[in-house]
Ligand binder design. Structure first.
Ligand SMILES: Nc1ncnc2c1ncn2[C@@H]1O[C@H](COP(=O)(O)OP(=O)(O)OP(=O)(O)O)[C@@H](O)[C@H]1O
Ligand SMILES: [Mg+2]
Length: 216
């Protein structure tokens, strides 16, 4: 579904990615692990089209995303790619429901339809009685689940998560990890997850070990 061919990335004179080849299949849950500074976030951002590679190609099925113009790329990303970060990055002025609706509204889904979809997802994630809360009134685990709901709202082909449970306690961590597998079982959702959490990595279908900008 996604294939990366010989991806490199250089910041100044530091080569952070040194030729990455990686293929992700539909419905797979893949973890990326490795020491700090190995290039995990950089790779995730490039695979997720938030940053451009120095050289190499990223294909989503037949679409070469490097060839898309900025506007086309933004639309492609909105429709096909979801993100979950270490810190929820919800908008504080908006309710949980509104936060989840925003990517759908950006994708020109009608208000009523976006609301219905957002409610369905929040319900599936066990958050139906939290929809009107703003982020400050949600627990850490709830905020991360709302962030997952937001990532899901446009039925993306893949969700990229960068240390999604990094700020959670043991209990919330375990619940969030379980949620990824539930979403895969239910919707065949694909995940690529950067994590320092060995328990999570062990559960995934495939562990990619990165070191010094390379896959080991
Ligand atoms: N925008 C940037 N400008 C300059 N250097 C950068 C930039 N982004 C990342 N780097 C450098 O690239 C290297 C890899 O960074 P990256 O964030 O990908 O590592 P990581 O594997 O995600 O580490 P961590 O586990 O600590 O999050 C680091 O040496 C970092 O300092
Ligand atoms: Mg990182």
């Amino acid at each position: 579904m996604i294939s990366c061919k010989n991806i490199t990335k250089t910041f100044g004179d530091l080569q952070v990615l040194k030729g990455i080849d990686l293929t992700i299949s539909q419905g797979e849950i893949v973890s990326i692990v490795g020491p700090s500074g190995a290039g995990k976030t950089t790779l995730l951002q490039i695979m997720g089209t938030l940053d451009k590679p120095g050289s190499g190609e990223i294909l989503y099925e037949k679409v070469n995303v490097n060839k898309l113009k900025d506007k086309e790329l933004a639309a492609f990303r909105n429709k096909n790619i979801g993100f979950v970060f270490q810190f929820h990055q919800l908008l504080p002025e908006f309710t949980a429901l509104e936060n989840v609706m925003i990517p759908a509204l950006i994708g020109n889904v009608k208000q009523a339809e976006a609301e219905k979809k957002a409610k369905e997802i929040l319900d599936f994630l066990g958050l139906s009685d939290r929809t009107e809360h703003k982020p400050a009134a949600l627990s850490g685990g709830e905020k991360q689940r709302v962030a997952v709901a937001r990532a899901l709202v446009n039925n993306p082909s893949v969700i990229f998560a960068d240390e999604p449970s990094g700020s959670l306690d043991t209990q919330n961590k375990a619940e969030l990890h379980q949620l990824f597998f539930d979403l895969r079982d239910r919707f065949n959702q694909t995940f690529v997850i950067v994590t320092h959490d060995e328990d999570l990595a062990k559960l995934t279908d495939r562990i990619i070990h990165m070191k010094d900008g390379k896959i080991m």
